[in-house]
Design a protein around this ligand. Structure first.
Ligand SMILES: NC(=O)c1ccc[n+]([C@@H]2O[C@H](COP(=O)([O-])OP(=O)(O)OC[C@H]3O[C@@H](n4cnc5c(N)ncnc54)[C@H](OP(=O)(O)O)[C@@H]3O)[C@@H](O)[C@H]2O)c1
Length: 277
């Protein structure tokens, strides 16, 4: 399996696709660059409806951290760069409070060119301290989804939603869409992603597997048990070699599994000369 080759040139094209300034169909790309266009183009293309995608970085034995919560870094360097590219393609990134408490992440784009998305943390009981980095750093919009009336610092929006016992993921997405977010990355951990997956709210799921064995610790996805393999979900999946990690790009609905239909730009180059996506 050849590597996905995210050259500067192809990444700039993908960012231009996101803003509507370029198309996916034209250009003279290597095989590896064409793979990058297929992988990230599916997320970058502007769509009429909101796009919700999730990414989880896991070990060979399906763990996302150790028992003590050490998750830095389950993914290898190319898996981390991939995550930062996904952030750059998102308008908002969502995490659960356990990840926020354990990792104190910044949720910024540092390993790729691009703009950092708005940061959203789901914290039903208001456990996240107001000096957490993702709230304190003012370089992006910050939102806390909570079920209690906890005061947040100036500039941080608290959205209060009911829980029973979970806050309905649909309500979370509705609130984010009302604020104008059209491309939403659910970044983890496994509990948070599973909520959105189980409710059928994800367009795509990226599972990046790194070659290490952790043995115990929080599991990746924890969907409801099934009795027979005939009941297992088998999404249409493309597999990419990122380098340090292998990525499974799962399309979670028939519409999301369709090949990218790219509208041609005005460069005058015929689509047949571009990559086959
Ligand atoms: N390898 C990776 O890619 C990766 C990515 C992210 C995190 N991690 C690691 O994973 C571990 C944490 O993951 P996790 O799966 O255990 O937890 P998590 O998903 O980070 O957080 C789960 C918690 O978030 C809140 N929450 C999420 N969705 C909710 C909803 N719909 N309604 C109400 N509350 C909701 C709940 O908080 P309450 O508990 O307050 O009810 C829930 O227990 C950490 O060690 C972190 O370092 C690894």
């Amino acid at each position: 399996m050849q590597h996905v080759d995210v050259t500067h040139q192809v990444w700039e094209r993908i960012l231009d696709v996101k803003t509507g300034a370029a198309c996916l169909c034209c250009g003279d790309w290597t095989w590896g660059e064409a793979q990058a266009l297929a992988l990230y183009g599916a997320l970058a293309q502007p769509t009429a409806t909101c796009q919700v995608f999730a990414q989880i970085g896991q070990s060979l034995d399906g763990r996302i951290a150790t028992e003590t919560g050490d998750a830095q870094d389950v993914s290898g360097k190319d898996g981390l760069a991939h995550l930062h590219r996904l952030r750059a393609l998102a308008d908002a990134v969502v995490i659960g409070v356990k990840t926020a408490l354990q990792d104190d992440p910044q949720l910024t784009v540092r390993l790729a060119n691009g703009t950092s998305p708005a940061r959203v943390v789901i914290d039903p009981d208001g456990r996240l301290p107001n000096d957490a980095r993702l709230l304190a750093d003012t370089s992006a919009q910050r939102i806390v989804i909570q079920a209690v009336a906890k005061e947040r610092p100036a500039g941080v929006e608290a959205i209060t939603l009911p829980r029973a016992p979970w806050i309905a993921p649909e309500d979370i997405l509705k609130a984010l869409q009302q604020r104008g977010f059209k491309s939403i990355l659910i970044e983890g951990g496994g509990v948070t992603i599973t909520q959105f997956l189980e409710m059928g709210l994800l367009n795509r799921l990226h599972v990046a597997i790194a070659p290490l064995l952790i043995g115990s610790g929080p599991q990746s996805l924890t969907t409801a048990p099934i009795g027979t393999l005939a009941q297992a979900r088998r999404p249409k999946t493309a597999v990419y070699n990122l380098g340090s990690d292998v990525l499974f790009d799962c399309a979670l609905s028939p519409a999301d599994a369709l090949p990218i239909v790219a509208a041609c730009c005005t460069s005058g180059i015929r689509p047949a000369e571009g990559p086959r996506l």
